[in-house]
Ligand binder design. Sequence first.
Ligand SMILES: N[C@@H](CCC(=O)N[C@@H](CS)C(=O)NCC(=O)O)C(=O)O
Length: 208
Amino acid sequence: MIDLYTWTTPNGRKVSIMLEETGLPYTVHPIDIGKGEQFTPEFIAINPNSKIPAIVDRAGPERKPYALWESGAILLYLSYKTGMLLPRKPADQFHVMQWLMFQMGGVGPMFGQVHHFVRAAKEPVPYAIERYGKETRRLYAVLDTHLGKQEYLGSAYSIADIATYPWVARHEWHRVDLSDFPSVKRWFDQLGERPAVRKGMNVPELSK
Ligand SMILES: N[C@@H](CCC(=O)N[C@@H](CS)C(=O)NCC(=O)O)C(=O)O
């Protein structure tokens, strides 16, 4: 059983999609980052960086509980644990890791800045919207060129796609029209048909 500490954000949903894809049993613990629940001593004991997502694998290495945070590390851990969604052949595996790092170092931080300056900033900051908006569109173009040549980011559906999908799902927040990036749209629509992606995107379910 895996305990997942998460909220309704792209980084959290990467992990819920992965858990749905692998079929590993998990329990969701919503951490409302709008209310500051990431700063409680109980959560800091799991993630000293006070951010979601985090997991505790009750049957971790050596059968002991194992806490892990940083979504990229969690995706890799779950791949190693299950042997799923990360190719074994080194050339293919590093290709997936390259696109995973591209998401962690580029897509996540840059799209996240656009979210902030477009939707959350207390006052308009045109310079920031222009700077991060331009970089975001450039990253969409890089994805579009790549996905014009192959079906998925790696040689097969993998954790690189899982990491990137929930960020692209917020394309309207980035003021990006996916029809400007037809190969990203093709990939996005295709992944959106996967039952695990649909379920994972609905975690945590707050309506209950
Ligand atoms: N690099 C981290 C980023 C995690 C992150 O930024 N999480 C956000 C939600 S998507 C968060 O917890 N924000 C709360 C805060 O910054 O106080 C990861 O990929 O896990």
